[in-house]
Design a protein around this ligand. Structure first.
Ligand SMILES: Nc1ncnc2c1ncn2[C@@H]1O[C@H](COP(=O)(O)OP(=O)(O)OP(=O)(O)O)[C@@H](O)[C@H]1O
Length: 343
């Protein structure tokens, strides 16, 4: 966003609208002890109503305060837009649990979905962990992750404000006792969402669509079920996170609409890696990484035959979902017939 556009917005819109779109601006006003400004007015009109000496105490006048606000918003907002676009990530093999070299290395392009499969305990989450911390041969696996073909400096790697990777893990435990509305508002604020109010609404209704049992904006996040928490975090990642890489650790047990969740996440050219034991999710990706004994054993392309079987797997899956739903609702399971391609 250009400074001129931000200046125009700041000059002509009421303070309430500026704060609703960029909640972090509240902190700017607090710094100048201006939290009591009349928020239905524009900044200039609201400042006229303040005693003249108020700003003088801070050694600033109305014009320079407006310019400071424009600069403050520009630094924060432009930062998101200026981030180098991630075109691809590369996983360079390290060592498996036996200390043997991993020979495979893999480059994943923006917009690609890659699944990670392997026996329980084989090291799938470990691979996601390496990507999450953008490992530079300094984790137990000794893998290295490159972004657009180059290693990252420590500064880029640990820049939390510019977080490249969003991870949805198996265990979502909320530590703060907030309700859903406050939780989403804090996220929208910290991620500098444009149109925060609208994004919060979208996130809330999407999470409710993904999860079975509905929850409200007043529900405490600590009272959400595992599936509801996962649905909330998926919607949150899809709508609010600007992180270009999304890591998902086993959403199959979460009791949510997995296909809808993945298609939601793969919008916007994100790189998505899913660790899974679920055939539907594993084969929905075009590539899958097979992990064995802590190492990348092989990388398979989903073949045309497998893609064709996917249609049958989807049929089976929707039957399973329907049965699960009937059981959840306390209904008797109705008779069903499986009609697969070769029948
Ligand atoms: N290359 C490696 N070198 C050393 N330890 C490893 C390596 N890969 C995995 N491990 C260790 O193996 C253990 C199991 O790994 P991990 O939790 O990633 O398995 P998983 O495949 O995700 O299992 P699950 O399917 O049960 O979630 C962890 O303690 C992890 O640190």
């Amino acid at each position: 966003m250009q400074n001129a556009k931000i200046r125009e917005f700041v000059t002509h819109r009421p303070i309430a609208e500026i704060i609703s779109n960029y909640p972090v601006v509240q902190d700017f006003f607090i710094n100048y002890n201006l939290q009591t400004l009349e928020d239905k007015l524009t900044l200039a009109r609201a400042l006229e109503k303040m005693p003249a000496e108020h700003l003088a105490e801070f050694g600033i006048d109305e014009v320079s305060l407006t310019e400071e606000l424009v600069k403050f918003m520009a630094t924060l907002v432009n930062r998101r837009e200026e981030r180098e676009k991630i075109r691809h990530i590369t996983i360079i093999g390290g060592r498996n649990k036996a200390g043997e070299a991993e020979t495979a290395s893999l480059t994943i392009a923006a917009g690609e979905v890659v699944s990670i499969v392997g026996p329980t305990g084989s090291g799938k989450s470990c691979l996601l962990g390496d990507i999450e911390c953008l490992a530079q041969c300094d984790t137990p696996t000794k893998r290295q992750i490159l972004i657009n073909g180059h290693a990252l400096s420590d500064e880029e790697r640990f820049d939390m404000g510019n977080k490249m990777v969003a991870q949805l893990s198996q265990n979502m435990n909320f530590v703060m006792d907030l309700n859903v509305a406050d939780f989403l508002a804090i996220h929208a604020k910290s991620r500098l969402c444009d149109n925060a109010g609208q994004v919060i609404e979208q996130c809330f209704s999407c999470a409710n669509e993904l999860a079975g049992e509905k929850f409200t904006m007043d529900t405490k996040v600590t009272q959400l079920s595992g599936g509801q928490s996962r649905a909330l975090m998926i919607a949150d990642t899809a709508y609010m996170s600007s992180s270009p890489i999304v890591l998902i650790d086993e959403i199959e047990n979460a009791g949510i609409d997995r296909k809808q969740a993945i298609s939601l996440l793969t919008e916007n050219e994100k790189i998505v890696l899913i660790s899974t034991h679920d055939p539907l999710l594993a084969l929905s990706a075009n590539k899958r990484i097979v992990i064995k004994n802590g190492g990348i054993h092989k990388i398979l392309e989903t073949s045309a035959v497998e893609k064709a079987s996917l249609r049958d797997i989807e049929k089976l899956d929707s039957i399973m979902l329907a049965i699960r739903q009937q059981l959840r609702l306390g209904e008797s399971v109705s008779p069903f017939k499986v009609a697969l391609s070769d029948d």
